[in-house]
Design a protein around this ligand. Sequence first.
Ligand SMILES: [Zn+2]
Length: 100
Amino acid sequence: MKIPKIIQIAGRVFDVEYDDELNNEQGNHATFNADKCKIIIQPSCKGNERNIQGIHISFLHEIVHAISKTTANRKLYEDEQFTEQFAELLYQVIKQIEGK
Ligand SMILES: [Zn+2]
């Protein structure tokens, strides 16, 4: 799986950026800012590089948030457990589609 520099969701273009210092309250390694149209991923944590699978799942996690937000389903958007599980399963499907 390749993480693009920009991703379009429902006509809105989101920048995908990286920030080693990212530290949000839930201890997630990525964040989604709907107002600024940004997805920010933390590639390393306290000097330790995260594994690529974790980075990909973080990216998909924020994509799921972005899609939930687009559908205006606030309950889904705020459901971290659903979002993480969906992202992990989606990752497994994508890997199979890619034949990896
Ligand atoms: Zn989340």
